[in-house]
Design a binder for this molecule. Structure first.
Ligand SMILES: Cc1cc2nc3c(=O)[nH]c(=O)nc-3n(C[C@H](O)[C@H](O)[C@H](O)COP(=O)(O)OP(=O)(O)OC[C@H]3O[C@@H](n4cnc5c(N)ncnc54)[C@H](O)[C@@H]3O)c2cc1C
Length: 644
């Protein structure tokens, strides 16, 4: 894997890792010409952002043309002990779901029977990753992912209940940031009998937490905080005993300017002044226990603060860095189930003289489902395995898994509905009522739509990934465009970045070659070589865009999203190759695994071509203008002839 051209790429890591200590985050991006709202949002996000690990990660390095396949290969295999530790729980969860959970009935009634919740608590399903000393099962991320996969294949309402509780509710932030006292007090409760929830969103604070207004004012003696305000769409709220609440605490002066402070608290729902005022209902996830919670002078003791005052957003972001892997794991389960439904129907249903799976329009959909499901499993369990190995900062990988898996699963559910035809659109209950098998494609489609919106919408995931992708360049050259810095510093940045790019840029035109990787099948080797070459092409493209747009590049969201799309597909191809080789070496169906991996890699390469073509030629600018015209009330003909 080592190439003679690696040194300058190493240089980008050395150069960039040397800089951030010298520069406060606010000076990396010039916020001086932004609107107040945008500046506040960006400064808060930047202040809550930990600098990326100096070595980057496999996925983050794709953007600077460095292809470290050896960081994800050989496949991070689950150890025999870890597998054995999870086996009993996973086997009983699978049996319990199959025999005791009527997902269609839960969907129809909008309620999960309390007995099911109690049984799942008794089984340990609400404390999978909580260490045994706090009465949890103490299992690994991979085992937790396997549990989410089982849940996702059966019932999305239960998945949301279990996942919101553990991945973003009290357990994960406490495991990461909690004091010993907090862990001792709350972890056994949430592992064994009390549901938890996470309250961040408000009416005016959805994707933009800087708009948050729920206040937490310290008492005079400083022993507690008084909470006032409301939170919207809090999943699990209706059943919860304890919440993680993000609130605004008094501002701090940073660089001469007042900066908003967001702080995280553990809040018991039985505190006086806390009121659940509404249960929200949705298109899917009809048994979600989601609602609005109102705080009127709720007194929360200081010892319930998570991390330090002002670190609430950091708590939320760090929690999600790993918490975000649960939804993709559930998506793998759901996609496998939808693939199985489609495969079976496409071979049974005869139309126009043959099974519909032999008509190429339907065959194409099923092949795409299969390839994408294989890749989704590869990306998600590769990242989970790396989490268990504590293999550095994986925020880009988890964000890519979340974005790609949720969008792909939505497409898979849409295609499964098409394959099932009218039966796909019919409810399971109606199918059963007229004597057909109750196959719930319609429910799955409704239930999975939300996944691209919550826990970081797809648009926000793309911005998040793009921010990290630009980070090495911002550190080297960001100061040039930063009008808040003294001219001498900006000129110095011109010189250092000029020197740096004179070395780095030419090398992006030469193949470093992925090198010969021991024991990699020659087909997979070709995809790995392609990915190494293409990551350099991506790095060049990003550099050209920076040269063209300068500090205004952040406004080019559609262009950036194509670069993010390319890197995500490269990550998917690479994870797929690593996974396929592992399966070839350890499984009994080497030809089949190779066939599906090859199909996926080739189709991903076609998507990458499409992204590059779009980056060269597009109608982004015209589209943006058109939307602004529409927002301004023009094009009234498009509103004519409808009921308004
Ligand atoms: C079923 C459900 C469960 C939920 N559970 C929880 C929970 O447990 N706890 C909790 O705190 N919240 C929860 N939420 C809230 C959820 O996280 C938010 O809906 C999500 O963060 C998006 O916020 P929003 O809906 O206000 O959309 P907005 O922020 O208003 O965004 C609307 C659209 O604009 C896009 N957009 C916004 N800003 C930008 C930008 N700068 N650039 C490009 N595009 C942008 C968004 O991606 C989105 O497509 C839940 C929501 C639902 C519907």
């Amino acid at each position: 894997m080592k190439s003679s051209l690696e040194a300058p790429e190493k240089q980008i890591s050395e150069e960039t890792s040397a800089k951030p200590q010298k520069q406060a985050p606010a000076s990396v991006i010039d916020t001086s010409k932004m609107s107040k709202g945008k500046r506040e949002a960006l400064e808060l996000a930047e202040a809550s952002r930990d600098p990326l690990d100096e070595r980057g990660s496999f996925a983050s390095n794709l953007f600077i043309g460095r292809y470290d396949f050896n960081r994800i290969y050989p496949w991070p295999e689950q150890s025999a002990e870890d597998r054995a530790a999870g086996q009993e729980f996973l086997a009983s969860l699978e049996k319990y779901l199959r025999e005791n959970i009527d997902a269609d009935e839960i969907d129809r009634t909008g309620e999960i029977p309390q007995k099911n919740i109690d049984d799942l608590f008794a089984m340990g399903a609400f404390g999978v990753k909580i260490p045994k000393q706090y009465e949890g099962l103490g299992l690994s991320q991979v085992n937790y992912g396997r549990a989410a996969m089982l849940l996702g294949s059966w019932d999305e309402n239960l998945t949301a209940l279990v996942s919101a509780h553990q991945s973003i509710g009290v357990p994960q932030p406490l495991l990461l940031f909690g004091t010993d006292e907090q862990k001792k007090k709350y972890l056994p409760r949430v592992a064994r009998h009390e549901i938890s929830a996470f309250a961040l969103t408000e009416w005016n604070a959805g994707s933009d937490p800087a708009n948050m207004s729920l206040r937490a004012d310290p008492t005079e003696d400083g022993s507690a905080f008084i909470l006032n305000g409301e939170k919207l769409w809090c999943t699990n709220l209706i059943k919860a005993g304890v919440l993680v609440v993000m609130a605004v605490t008094p501002p701090k002066i940073v660089n001469g300017r007042e900066r908003k402070q967001i702080t995280a608290f553990i809040v018991d729902v039985d505190l006086p002044g806390l009121e659940i005022t509404y249960r929200c209902r949705f298109m899917g996830l009809r048994a979600l226990y989601n609602g609005i919670v109102k705080f009127t002078n709720v007194r929360v003791p200081r010892e319930n603060m998570i991390a330090k005052e002002g670190q609430g957003l950091k708590v939320a972001l760090t929690t999600l860095n790993t918490g975000r892997l649960t939804i993709p794991a559930a998506c793998v389960g759901l996609s496998k189930r939808l693939l199985e439904i489609s495969r079976k129907w496409a071979s049974e249903r005869i139309q126009w003289g043959g099974p519909i799976g032999q008509h190429s329009a339907i065959a194409g959909k099923i092949a795409e489902m299969a390839g994408n499901t294989f890749a989704m499993e590869a990306m998600t369990f590769l990242t989970s395995g790396l989490v268990d190995r504590k293999a550095g900062d994986l925020r880009i990988e988890t964000a890519m898994c979340k974005m790609w898996s949720t969008e792909t699963t939505w497409k898979i559910s849409d295609d499964a509905m098409q394959v099932r035809g009218g039966r796909g659109y019919e409810t399971a209950q109606s199918l059963a009522g007229r004597g057909e098998e109750a196959i719930p494609v319609e429910r799955f489609l409704r239930d999975c739509r939300i996944n691209t919106i919550f826990e970081g919408s797809s648009e926000i995931m793309r911005l998040f990934i793009a921010r990290e992708a630009l980070d090495p360049h911002l550190k080297v050259g960001g100061a040039i465009f930063n009008t808040t810095l003294p001219m001498s510093e900006r000129l110095k940045a011109v010189f250092t970045s000029g020197k740096f790019y004179a070395g780095w840029y030419p090398r992006q035109w030469f193949s470093s070659g992925a090198g010969k990787i021991d024991n990699l099948h020659r087909d997979l080797q070709k995809h790995v070589d392609y990915s190494a070459r293409t990551s350099k092409k991506l790095a060049r493209g990003l550099f050209h865009a920076m040269a063209r747009f300068g500090p205004k590049l952040d406004r080019e969201q559609l262009l950036l999203s194509r670069f993010v799309g390319i890197a995500t597909e490269l990550f998917a191809i690479s994870a797929t190759c690593s996974f396929a080789q592992y399966k070839i070496d350890h499984g009994e169906s080497a030809d089949e695994d190779l066939s599906v991996a090859n199909y996926f890699c080739k189709s991903a390469r076609a998507r990458i071509d499409h992204y590059f073509a779009g980056a060269r030629r597009n109608v982004d600018k015209r589209g943006y203008q058109l939307t602004q015209e529409l927002l301004a009330g023009k094009h009234s003909s498009l509103r004519e002839g409808i009921v308004r």
